[in-house]
Write a protein that binds this ligand. Structure first.
Ligand code: SF4
Length: 364
């Protein structure tokens, strides 16, 4: 297995990362965040057991997205691989297969922790070739998943971005982001910072089943309230909207109303897409929990990962109409259609703005 070399006593040849050499004791949070140390023996794909954190030392931390990705950002930082939030629809599941682990339960329970992420980021930001482009986080795995409570990688990362006035965005479902609110505030004084929380629906039974490792939806809305209370904009990715489960006018109405009530700056709907990796895992869950919906999904996703445009347009129109009624505007715009980040206004005022913006990633 390619990543076995990461572990103590392993042969590092061909490993994706070097095993961490943590020379000084790290400042760790209390408790293990529900994660155990990896067992002494080999970890094999498909092994069922406790969730484990495997500490690794990354060789680089700023990743460039391939031009073919079609995503609205080019550079990402992901301090973790795998995600204990365990959403059944997670598009990132397939990335675990590159570690010779599986995209199902292994993705949820075998979490790679890049313990040198902050230190490495600082080095890369200082490199003469780095151009200060916006960096997106939360685009592959959630940086505020459970492990972050113990490893505290994000404070180091945000501090480095603040010190280099490098624009960035964070997308998360984790409440833990509120721990770093002061740092985020400091960063927003010197650069563009874009925050988004993902809330696709409110139904608690569905949440327990489909997003079992995440904070409950109401709790995520409280994160937005926490930011709004401090005058920091936070948008919502209403994602994913699940066909047959969360796409009715009533469900959309109640979700948009709650998002508006939380003080979110905008809402962006994204209908579920099912790429390989996520597709098998999600459809197995659907067959188990909602077997009657299987034929509908077969029909909707018969042509690949995305629903037909007509369906997507209908959902978008419902969300847009509800958002209009509840006074929610498009991402990053004010009533005149201008971007309105607080950091941007400050920087424009002082005439020191750099020519970059940190667009919020739109995934899921
Ligand atoms: S929180 Fe995001 S990255 Fe984590 S499992 Fe859910 S969808 Fe995937």
């Amino acid at each position: 297995m390619r990543w076995e070399g990461l572990r103590d006593g392993g042969d590092d040849g061909g490993a994706l990362f070097e095993r961490a050499e943590v020379s000084a004791p790290r400042e760790l949070g209390t408790g293990g965040a529900g994660l155990a140390a990896p067992p002494a023996g080999a970890i094999r794909a498909g092994d069922d057991g406790d969730a484990v954190a495997v500490e690794i030392r990354a060789r680089s931390i700023i990743n460039q997205m391939p031009a073919s990705s079609g995503l609205p950002f080019q550079w990402t930082v992901n301090p973790y691989r795998g995600c204990s939030h365990a959403c059944v629809y997670c598009f990132a599941r397939r990335s675990h297969e590159y570690l010779d682990l599986d995209s199902g339960r292994d993705f949820d329970t075998k979490i790679m922790v890049k313990v040198n992420a902050g230190e490495l980021l600082r080095k890369e930001l200082a490199h003469p070739r780095w151009g200060g482009e916006p960096i997106a986080m939360g685009t592959n795995t959630d940086p505020y998943q459970r492990a972050e409570g113990r490893y505290r990688l994000m404070p180091e990362i945000i501090t480095a971005l603040r010190d280099f006035a490098n624009p960035f965005s964070i997308l998360t479902k984790g409440r833990l982001i509120l721990r770093d609110i002061s740092l985020i505030e400091q960063a927003a004084q010197v650069t563009d910072v874009s925050l988004a929380v993902s809330v696709g629906f409110l139904d608690e039974a569905l949440w327990r089943s489909a997003e079992p490792g995440t904070p409950r939806p109401q709790s995520r809305l409280d994160v937005i309230r926490g930011f709004a209370h401090r005058g920091i904009e936070c948008s919502v990715l209403m994602a994913p909207i699940l066909p047959g489960l969360t796409d009715t006018p009533e469900r959309i109405e109640e979700t948009v109303a709650a998002i508006a009530d939380s003080g979110a700056s905008s809402v962006t709907p994204i209908v579920l897409h099912l790429r390989p990796g996520a597709r098998e895992w999600y459809l197995a869950w659907l067959a188990r929990e909602y077997p009657k919906l299987v034929p509908r999904y077969r029909d909707l996703y018969q042509r690949g990962a995305y629903v037909p445009k007509s369906y997507q347009d209908a959902v978008n129109a419902m969300v847009k109409e509800a958002a209009r009624r509840y006074g929610l505007l498009g991402p990053g715009t004010d009533s005149d259609g201008h971007r309105n980040s607080r950091a941007r206004r400050k920087r424009e005022k002082s005439d020191t703005a750099r020519p970059h913006t940190s667009e919020q990633p739109m995934l899921l």
